[in-house]
Write a protein that binds this ligand. Structure first.
Ligand SMILES: *Cc1c(COP(=O)(O)O)cnc(C)c1O
Length: 396
């Protein structure tokens, strides 16, 4: 559709990636399922090579289809990036981005609050291929320069952190990294491109688990990597070499989910903060970890850099025995217990950061519980948790 750069994000979400004029007026872009792309002539066949840095043209399904290019353009524009690659999962986005920027002998710094499987990949695979990996305290800010070695080439940030929600000083980390010649990668899944613009804060490569808010319906796995112009050749080459791309049907679902993202997030932001504030008043709860609340580590940075909060946060319970925890979590009627988050349905999971953290040990004795707020009414959500707390009290 027409150039939408001057529109608000909510409006751009309704226009990006559409081309009704090219498809008989059909509102949504059709799915182009393709492995084979035919060449009409020998001359066309002989021009079939598509450079990894080239986009928008395909000669084979793996390189992309019009559906792929539409979603890539939409994501890049929203996040304020030069370009984007879509891949089959959030984890694939993390691993492809790391493989793109690192080689044997390089040193990688990862936030101690990073999404666990990205850590696992770095410890298992990157180390095996000769990359040194160290972890840093998510609240380190510009002091990260202390951890730099001559071979430090990349920093994997995530703000807020998985489970524990520390907000990082990304501009300070980026300034130190760039002085040192290192690249800054950020997992921006929590804020989405709507509530944090990574490239305006010095990030070089941003990652979304589009599985979460971007798709929004718990029925799709997808990841996005967005990048600056300087990083484009690295990322596109790595994604091409790895042989990964998001299937056209999934590209379609992702774009479909994104249409309503601004409206979903507004509801989730309001209800999650309301629920978090209510939970903070409950005697069972020791602390609420929600970036929009002053008791969240790094809250001042959230206020400075973010334009909103999404619907995912944690609570720390006062210590209880396992049967009391089970009484709380079992028999909830709205909150489901399951991995992932960012969908239309509320989720709740117990988590234990202790075995993961190495640079900044997690010492809270009480159970950490992560809550993803969906699209339900606040009264029903409070009622469900209040009934759970009553079961918990009865089981003690
Ligand atoms: C879920 C998640 C991922 C991985 O996404 P998948 O699509 O499940 O692989 C990456 N980062 C964060 C912060 C996540 O929560």
């Amino acid at each position: 559709m027409s150039d939408s750069k001057h529109f608000q994000d909510a409006t751009r979400l309704t226009t990006l990636g559409r081309d009704p004029a090219a498809y008989d007026g059909v509102v949504s872009l059709p799915v182009h399922r393709a492995s084979t792309i035919l060449f009409p002539t020998l001359a066309d066949f002989e021009k079939s090579a598509v450079a990894p840095t080239e986009t928008g043209r395909t000669t084979y399904g793996l390189i992309g289809t019009p559906t792929t290019f539409a979603v890539e353009t939409a994501v890049a524009e929203l996040e304020g990036a030069h370009g984007a690659c879509v891949v089959p999962s959030g984890l694939a986005a993390i691993t492809a981005a790391l493989l793109a920027v690192l080689k044997a002998g390089d040193h990688l710094l990862i936030t101690d609050s990073a999404y666990g499987p990205g850590r696992r990949f770095s410890n298992h695979v990157l180390k095996r291929f000769g990359v040194e990996v160290d972890y840093y305290d998510p609240l380190i800010g510009g002091d990260i320069a202390r951890l730099f070695k001559p071979n430090t080439k990349a920093i994997l940030t995530e703000s807020p952190g998985s489970y524990t929600f520390e907000i990082q000083d990304i501009p300070a980390i980026a300034e130190a990294a760039h002085k040192h010649g290192a690249l800054v990668l950020m997992d921006n899944t929590w804020a989405t491109p709507l509530y944090y613009k990574p490239f305006a804060h010095g990030v070089d490569i941003s990652i979304q688990a589009a599985t979460k808010y971007m798709s929004g319906h718990s029925d799709l796995l997808a990841g996005t990597i967005t990048f600056t112009k300087e990083c484009e050749p690295l990322i596109r080459q790595a994604v091409r070499d790895l042989g990964i791309s998001l299937a056209p049907d999934d590209c379609y679902l992702l774009l479909r989910g994104m249409r309503s993202m601004a409206v979903r997030l507004k509801h989730q932001e309001r209800v999650a903060l309301d629920l978090a504030n209510w939970l903070a008043t409950r005697p069972e709860v020791k602390q609420v970890l929600h970036p929009a609340r002053p008791d969240c580590p790094g809250h001042a940075l959230w206020k400075r850099d973010f334009t909103g909060a999404s619907g995912l946060f944690s609570i720390i319970l006062h210590p209880i025995e396992k049967p009391a925890l089970a009484a709380f979590l079992d028999h909830l009627s709205i909150f489901g217990m399951g991995f992932s988050w960012g969908g239309f349905e509320s989720l709740i999971v117990p988590c234990d950061p202790r075995p993961i953290r190495t640079a900044s040990p997690w010492t809270e004795p009480g159970q950490l519980i992560r809550i993803s707020v969906g699209l339900e009414h606040i009264d029903d959500l409070k009622g469900d948790l209040a009934a759970g707390f009553a079961r918990m009290a009865a089981a003690r």
